[in-house]
Design a protein around this ligand. Structure first.
Ligand SMILES: [Zn+2]
Ligand SMILES: [Zn+2]
Length: 205
């Protein structure tokens, strides 16, 4: 069954909290805080990019080229996510996107494994032992840093992809799409090991 992630307000507050806690991710989280629930028009978004965006995005937005063009399209698309058939259980049941990250939510005496869509924030159940990208079983490995006790990197050696797993039983305040951005050092580790993310997040990591 699909469920919805925390509210816009909770996610914005979480972005501010994590920006204060993790200096390495402050710039990205401050920027993301402005994008959460962004209700405006293209012109407003251009102003946010000009003021808070990373250098690459600022420059490419001014020149109206990539990666800013796709970025703007994606933020605006978030306001009205498309309705598309999911070709497989590893795609969002609402809009057909690949998963952004995985979420463990307390259920009974354990935790239920969900995948989360970054476009419409739908969460849906998925078999924990299977790779969310290629479906292989028995190829998954996990890596963690002390800095993020509630987040693991899950890698698959069959397809060489990875994603973050956010465990909300270890941090009930966690908002998966926000915490995933704060956990940038885990991305650095995974990419260094030769893995590629299943889907880059909104700010392109
Ligand atoms: Zn979706
Ligand atoms: Zn795989």
């Amino acid at each position: 069954m699909a469920t919805q992630s925390p509210t816009t307000l909770a996610r914005t507050e979480r972005a501010r909290t994590l920006a204060a806690r993790y200096p390495h991710a402050k710039e990205a989280l401050d920027f993301y805080a402005h994008l959460i629930g962004f209700p405006g028009m293209r012109e407003d978004l251009l102003r946010i990019i000009a003021r808070y965006g990373p250098q690459l995005l600022r420059e490419s937005a001014r020149a109206e080229r990539e990666p800013a063009v796709s970025f703007i399209e994606r933020v605006l698309e978030r306001q009205q996510p498309p309705v598309r058939e999911a070709p497989h259980s590893n795609r969002c049941p609402s809009c057909g996107q690949k998963p952004q990250c995985a979420v463990l939510r307390p259920e009974g005496h354990g935790a239920a494994y969900h995948l989360m869509c970054n476009l419409c924030l739908t969460e849906w159940r998925y078999p924990r032992a299977q790779c969310p990208c290629c479906g292989a079983e028995g190829e998954l490995a996990f890596y963690q840093l002390d800095l993020f006790p509630h987040i693991q990197i899950q890698t698959c050696d069959a397809c060489q992809r990875y994603l973050h797993v956010v465990d909300t039983s270890k941090d009930p305040e966690a908002c998966p799409d926000v915490d995933e951005i704060a956990a940038l050092p885990l991305d650095v580790w995974a990419i260094d090991q030769g893995y590629e993310k299943i889907t880059p997040n909104l700010i392109g990591i």
